[in-house]
Design a protein around this ligand. Structure first.
Ligand code: IPM
Ligand code: MN
Length: 329
């Protein structure tokens, strides 16, 4: 297969450390890549004010995928990097699917996947202030839900379920969010008609939090909105062996733009530079990237090696070396 052109953003804190291990394992699996490294994130912002220039976005469109570690650094005001870099990337490239798989430890290997809508909801940035910094201040933060946005996420979830165990659960809060919840529920029921072999379920998101802890075996594919998906996937990480193992793909399944692959965890400045971070989430995200790029054998080999070593202890580089050895061609 031709070399894959990958834009690499190590980012801040432990980001570059875990991405280095991911790239090591990808190379060991025999996949050829052509890497372009980008110095972006909180540290770069503090250094010269750069967040995500449009020229960089344009260059990325010429790559096959983006591999990202983590961004965020102490001293950067909230929202600057999150909105200016991560969300800008998701929105501008229209990476409308955020796919986050979870493997339950020691539970006969039960696994489930959350499909998080990735471009709308409360993340869209609708809202503002009135009378700011007065005792009468008002802040609104609307939730933007389009039929198109909900439908493409839901359809993706059903298509994915067909390749798995034919079961999709919608998580929302239709009992209170009677506008957005209604749109999501009607869309879900309409799309479900196209997939008569796929079973469906519905959970309110608060109840889903209980099931995530007490009965996650009930899930195969979950589809949910942006904010519920953000929260549920941290919980998913916590119940399936820790956030150090949770991987994700921010995808444009139409392949109009390059998809972006990143661990769910953040930059963890408290342990940065100590060779302590677990690189498995980043390595599994790298495997999802390879799968998307058509390197299905290498992706399966890396995923299997990670899943066989979820309890691995040791330094970042030790775990990376061990997994590189395990997949070496
Ligand atoms: C995630 C993160 C981001 C999100 C933050 C860093 C903007 O928590 O990818 O889950 O909220 O989507
Ligand atoms: Mn999150």
């Amino acid at each position: 297969m031709a070399k894959h052109k990958i834009a690499v953003v190590g980012g801040d804190g432990i980001g570059p450390e875990v991405i280095a291990e991911g790239l090591k394992v990808i190379a060991a699996a025999g996949v050829e890549t052509e890497l372009t490294h980008y110095d972006l994130g909180g540290a770069r912002y503090l250094n010269d004010g750069t967040v995500l220039p449009d020229e960089v976005l344009a260059e990325w469109r010429d790559h096959d995928a983006i591999y990202l570690g983590a961004v965020g650094a102490p001293g950067v005001p909230p929202g600057v990097i999150e909105r200016g870099l991560l969300l800008k990337m998701r929105f501008e490239l229209d990476l409308y699917i955020n796919r986050r798989p979870f493997l339950l430890k020691g539970d006969n290997g039960h696994d489930f996947v959350v499909i998080r809508e990735n471009t709308e909801g409360t993340y869209a940035g609708e809202g503002g202030f009135l009378r700011k910094n007065t005792p009468f201040e008002i802040a609104t933060q609307g939730s933007v839900n389009t039929r198109m946005g909900a439908e493409r996420a839901i359809r993706y979830a059903f298509e994915l379920a067909q390749t798995r165990n034919n079961h999709v659960t919608l998580c929302h809060k239709t009992n209170v969010l009677t506008f957005s919840g209604d749109l999501w529920e009607r869309t879900f029921n309409d799309v479900a008609k196209e997939f008569p072999t796929v079973e469906t379920a519905y959970n309110h998101v608060d109840a889903a939090c209980i099931y995530f802890v007490q009965d996650p075996q009930r899930y195969d594919v979950i589809v949910t909105d942006n904010l519920f998906g953000d929260i549920l996937t941290d919980l998913g990480g916590a119940v399936s062996g820790g956030i150090g193992l949770a991987s994700s793909a921010n995808m444009d399944p139409t392949r109009n733009a390059p998809s972006m692959f990143e661990p769910v965890h953040g930059s963890a400045p408290d342990i940065a530079g100590q060779n302590k971070a677990n690189p498995i989430a980043a390595i599994l995200s790298g495997a999802m990237m390879l799968e998307f790029l058509g390197e299905t054998d290498a992706a399966a080999t890396i995923t299997a090696a990670c899943n066989a070593n979820l309890d691995a202890t040791g330094s970042t580089t030790d775990i990376g070396d061990m997994l590189a050895e395990a997949v070496r061609q």
